[in-house]
Design a protein around this ligand. Structure first.
Ligand SMILES: Cc1cc2nc3c(=O)[nH]c(=O)nc-3n(C[C@H](O)[C@H](O)[C@H](O)COP(=O)(O)O)c2cc1C
Length: 411
């Protein structure tokens, strides 16, 4: 059947060929507090920029004279085939950034055959997302440590029951850190509607129209737990903190399908996760949103990939801005990549077709980059000659801290 949106998508391909084009449009079309929430980082905001720079600095040397023919970007991740090694990362409160976002992300992922790691704090339930995207949905879990993780385990059980293929436990939010842009805007947890938000929203009419269509976003996965308490206040009180290794081990035992940990930056943490039976390591610094002194995820990726070897699937997020970046991540040892901001900015910048536009752009750019480099598959990217000026060596991480081995031995 002909795609009724194909002409519009073709126009968007010409008008918004890069993430920078989408960022410019997004800034005009959504309220200031929402734009700053997407783009903002921890502390001095340098983490997100470092992620992008680290990837941009990776140079790959193409090989010519190769009969590439057709590039096949498809890959197997956790036992399932996907159209390309790039997916959509979890973004909490996505429906505030672009109303209807969770649904649009799920539909785009299903249509393009790309993984969608739906967040605990998404604005549709995991049950709805799995129904919209049965072939590609993964679920991201934040800890809810009260009562011995009763609600974390309940959410994981719901995700399993709904058909999520992979569970990803987020490790890298042990505390809430300071995001200056959100503080200046008064956009803090627990969320309270402030008059200035209404003023900013009134000037962002594309966003207002999307809100009128999609309705006010909610913490859909959490609502059933919050009872009479305001869901935002409930989230503020109950969701977050780190997973201890002990809690992770129990989750690993309880979850019967593939399981990842999200937010690993140290090879010794990756090693420990692998020894717990974790199937996937998502190398990430949360897009620079947690700790501005953290290394760029891309810069620690080679050391972590080397430590893990073929015992688990290694993926990267933090800084992916194009399909070329996906190839860079693969060259550095990842089996796939996820992107958070690019998809949000695409919806914020061009509206409901944004997620589809971004999926198509990443896939097209990856395919072209492979052909340019003489590769028939992105899986061959590690064979490319490369220069990676920011790379951390295994030695720079030092020996595993004694506390690791001591606590492990005690467990
Ligand atoms: C607005 C926003 C909200 C996010 N919310 C979550 C979340 O709820 N859970 C989570 O594990 N990561 C969350 N992240 C982090 C992303 O999953 C991902 O690690 C990060 O965005 C990757 O960097 P990138 O934005 O440069 O692609 C969020 C990121 C953004 C931009």
């Amino acid at each position: 059947m002909a795609d009724p949106d194909s002409a519009r998508l073709a126009r968007l391909r010409r008008s918004h060929p890069t993430l920078a084009d989408l960022e410019r449009s997004a800034r005009r079309r959504i309220p200031r507090f929402a734009y700053d929430f997407i783009q903002g980082g921890a502390g001095d905001d340098s983490g997100a920029a470092r992620n992008r720079r680290a990837l941009a600095d990776v140079q790959l040397v193409p090989r010519y004279g190769v009969e590439v023919g057709k590039v096949d970007t498809s890959v197997t991740l956790f036992g399932r085939r996907y159209a390309a090694p790039v997916g959509i990362g979890p973004v909490g409160m996505d429906g505030l950034m672009w109303p209807g976002a969770t649904r649009l992300l799920a539909e785009a992922a299903q249509r393009h055959g790309l993984p969608y790691l739906c967040g605990t704090l998404a604005t549709e339930t995991i049950e709805t997302v799995c129904a919209l995207a049965p072939d590609v949905t993964w679920f991201q879990l934040y800890p809810m440590p009260a009562e011995d993780h009763r609600l974390s385990l309940d959410l994981a059980w719901r995700a399993w029951n709904a058909g999520a293929h992979v569970l990803a436990a987020t490790l890298d939010v042990p505390v809430r850190t300071k995001r200056p842009r959100d503080l200046r805007n008064g956009f803090t947890m627990p969320f309270r509607l402030r008059p200035r938000f209404a003023a900013q929203a009134a000037m962002a009419w594309p966003w207002m129209m999307a809100l009128a269509k999609a309705g006010v976003p909610t913490f859909a996965n959490i609502e059933r737990y919050s009872g009479t308490e305001d869901p935002a206040a409930f989230v503020g009180r109950n969701v977050g903190g780190g997973f201890s290794w002990e809690a992770l081990a129990r989750l690993r035992d309880a979850w019967p399908r593939a399981m990842m940990v999200k937010g690993v930056l140290h090879p010794a943490d990756a090693e420990r996760a692998v020894r717990l039976g974790i199937d996937g390591i998502l190398v990430s610094n949360h897009g620079g949103r947690q700790f501005d002194a953290a290394p760029a995820a891309a810069d620690v990726l080679p050391a972590i990939a080397a430590a893990v070897g073929d015992r688990a699937t290694v993926m990267l997020d933090s800084g992916i801005a194009s399909g070329v970046d996906v190839l860079r991540a693969m060259a550095l040892g990842a089996q796939g990549a996820l992107s958070g901001r690019a998809f949000l900015l695409a919806m914020a910048g061009i509206g409901d077709l944004g997620a589809r536009h971004m999926a198509a752009a990443l896939m097209e750019e990856l395919e072209t980059a492979c052909a340019q480099c003489g590769l028939t598959s992105p899986e061959d990217a590690p064979s490319l000659a490369r220069r990676h000026p920011g790379a951390w060596t295994a030695q720079e991480f030092g020996p595993a801290p004694a506390t690791d081995t001591q606590t492990e031995a005690a467990e």
